[in-house]
Design a protein around this ligand. Sequence first.
Ligand SMILES: [Zn+2]
Length: 271
Amino acid sequence: MTQHLADLFVKPTPLKGGEFDTSVLDAANILAFDIETVPASGWFWHPKVSYIPWKHITEPGSMLSWAAGWYHQPGRTLFSDRIRKNYDDMLWELWLLLDKASYVVGWNSDRFDLKKVRGYFARAGLPPFREPKSIDLMKTARTFGFESASLGYTAQMFGVTEKIDNGAVASWQEVMAGDPEALERLEVYNRGDVTTTIELFDAMRPWIRNHPHMGFAADDLERCPRCGSGDLTYVGVHQAVVIRYKQFRCGNCGGLCRSTIHSRASVTRAL
Ligand SMILES: [Zn+2]
């Protein structure tokens, strides 16, 4: 009888629920967050302008709203906007969350959200927040070669709750003009992105390269850096350029990890 390839492996259960143990992750202060922004305004003289010198900018970009969710509070998202709160209070609330978080999870968050909020905070006179360890899931999405590395498309590929389409791209203008329905749509959209991000964090976990270590148990067991499980199976060696390490697979999240102590180092190196 031919055995199906997949039957040779223990299939991990990466989604919450099931048998996946989240106890280490729940204790790790993981914050997923996403910001919505107002673009900068500026002068232009030609409709096909491709470059606007900074001296032509009349109003810098700013934050419209943010949404966030703690990993250990599944199903609950937090939200703040500049219409119902004032701008500085909205920023301050997010500053407090980021300062408290040990890890942040986002989509394109290294290149966009985290950079933007640092600038908004600095302009508002806030001090630097304690920088959490960042997990930008878009970087992992780019390793899949999907047709798009967008949050919406990747959500479809993994079959998680799909990002809500906000319909009108220009809805921020309606929000800024005080349209309560537009603000409601923004809130649903912004919160939805966080829900999708958290679900993708679970689904994509074993694929996240160079995943930060999520917590140290009070024992000296070899544990999975992604989920803290002690259920590690030796699966062979990991060969770096000159050093050889022991490699393990986690029975809880399915991720691979290696020992930090090398088992063998070569005494020569190729040129
Ligand atoms: Zn694991």
